[in-house]
Write a protein that binds this ligand. Sequence first.
Ligand code: UGA
Length: 421
Amino acid sequence: MKISIVGCGYVGLVTGMGFAKLGHEVTFVDLDDRKIEAINSGKPPIFEKGIEELMEKNAGKYKATKNYESIKETDITFICVGTPSKEDGSIDLTFVRSAASETGRVLKEKDEFHVVVVKSTVIPGTTEEVVKPIIEKESGKEAFRDFGLALNPEFLREGKAVEDFFNPDRIVIGVKDERTREVLEELYSPFKCPKLITDIKTAEMIKYASNAFLATKISFANEIGNICKKLGIDVYEVFKGVGLDHRINPAFFRAGIGFGGSCLPKDVRALIAKAEELGEEPKILKAVIEVNERQPLRMIELLKRHISSLEGKTIGILGLAFKPDTDDVRESRAIPIVKKLLKEGAKVIAYDPKAMNNFSKIFPQIEYAGTGQEVIDRSDAVLIVTEWEEFEELNYRGKIVIDGRRIKKAREALVYEGVCW
Ligand code: UGA
């Protein structure tokens, strides 16, 4: 098939390159010149494991352009633009709206049936109440008759997105018309995982409920972890035992300093905002966010047990990305930690293998080191914020280390404190 992808963030890029590998012809559309040039020269515009190889091996099967007109030559358009948070937690649909109206304008000039698939994470109701009327207005056509419209959520983890694309646990397709359903069933036919066909709003909700539950597991593990810390129990042993129950499952119980990134915090907040708009009080979801906001600051409380005043002290930070294998610092737990340290008068020296450039845009005033070892050697105490594999190779002897992510090697430190263990 001929597929167009609107929005070349990690979801759009990985989805498009994945389809290219499966033998489809892919056109990427984005407004960012830098991304277009990078893709057309076979270089990934973002850091994502495995994507460069995928781009190399499938050269010739994809191209990128700023011109929406090229959608016309394709059979399916995936809208993969971002849905950032607004002040009140609800999602900002600016990019979704403009992608829908540009797509609608192109469809006006096209006679054949065309399928539009929303992959962006949007609150239940958005595809039919926002995207559909925009495309209909701009194209002068009727949805589900003249063009198809569907919602197909992504379940790609940053850093593992390529692996997740090819090995999904499930594929969810929210559709209304038979023709669109057939097109998407054919597109996804090479995948052998369970496929769930639902109506459009149910598919939208599956995405939110999934991310909200993952976030809940993490905050729950952290709350139990905080209790375990006081009782001198290792929470990782506890969840090993808990996860063996097949009804529970062991994944996503890694206690520590909580969840960051561009998805879990944003999606839970958006669901809270929607629930409140509907007159519901989402108590569990609110507690999930509350626990998550407190968790990183517990590192500083632990640190102060060993260094009571941080004024003038040099505190090292190992890891700035919201998780390993990415350069993304959105909602990274390092942000509230560094903010608090600076407020307390500490000098901060930090290192991350990939995310220093992005972090320095938020905190230009702190020092960035060339290696993790330099951070350890030059600081009075070290906080481990992201579990990069290379942190298992460092020498922590003689230091005070507060570990938010469970780096085994750090236990050799003079003083070692795990945040929940
Ligand atoms: C998340 C979901 O895992 C994906 O399924 C989903 O597709 C994606 O959001 C999305 O909506 O686009 P992602 O944000 O890339 O993926 O990262 P995760 O691997 O979920 O990690 C999120 C945060 O939770 C990280 O800060 C990580 O350190 C933290 N985490 C994760 C824990 O603290 N403990 C855990 O047990 C697992």
